[in-house]
Design a protein around this ligand. Structure first.
Ligand code: MN3
Length: 207
């Protein structure tokens, strides 16, 4: 199976002014495409890997042949992480009930959650991502380096912010904090809530 970019569910300018059109265009059509191309090249000819989904491959990264493991980790990770990222972005979506309650229970308040998420994202050194994940049914904020994915640690991603400079430099330059603040205006809480409800059941946490 050749892995192809998921179709964007919105136009490049849909997240303006928080994420600008040019960044979206380059990020999706160039960066994400490059991860997909290199991922496909890395697994080409491997009859077993060619049959399974990119997510399954990244979940089992430690079982991948050493010769291609790094290429798959970086490019397959980049492919999967960006596919997830686009899905959880949308403007003007209010936070939904179940995920709101879970966040408030875990972090005391939404404001505290936002602060902790922002601190984590500000503290990431180099390139990588900050995530809200479910880890054995528990909400956690984690950072990953480069294109490492929480899937490889058996965690379920709920929210992700891309902190590679290509994700924000055109508009925000070195002002990462502004980019993170803006990100909170484009979280697709409807989608996040759906993933949370579905994952909660899978994770044995169906309250
Ligand atoms: Mn990126």
């Amino acid at each position: 199976m050749k892995h192809e970019l998921p179709k964007l569910e919105y136009k490049y300018d849909a997240l303006e002014p928080f994420i600008d059109e040019k960044t979206m265009e380059i990020h999706y059509s160039k960066h994400h495409q490059a991860y997909a191309d290199k991922f496909n090249a890395a697994i080409e000819g491997d009859k077993k890997l060619e049959k399974i989904s990119a997510e399954e491959i990244i979940k089992n990264i430690e079982k991948i042949d050493e010769n291609i493991r790094n290429a798959v980790r970086n490019n397959g990770g980049g492919f999967v992480n960006h596919s997830f990222f686009w899905k959880i972005l949308k403007k003007d979506v209010k936070i939904h009930k179940e995920i709101k309650k879970a966040i408030e229970e875990r972090f005391e308040s939404f404001e505290k959650f936002k602060e902790e998420f922002t601190n984590s994202a500000m503290g990431l050194f180099g390139s990588g991502w900050t995530w809200l994940v479910l880890d054995n049914g528990e909400l956690k904020i984690i950072n990953t380096s480069n294109q490492d994915s929480p899937l490889s640690k058996n965690m379920i991603p709920l929210i992700a912010i891309d902190l590679w400079e290509h994700a924000y430099y055109l508009k925000y330059q070195n002002r990462r904090k502004e980019y993170i603040d803006s990100f909170f205006n484009v979280i697709n809480w409807k989608r996040v809530n759906e993933i949370y409800l579905k994952s909660g059941v899978e994770n044995g946490n169906d309250k």
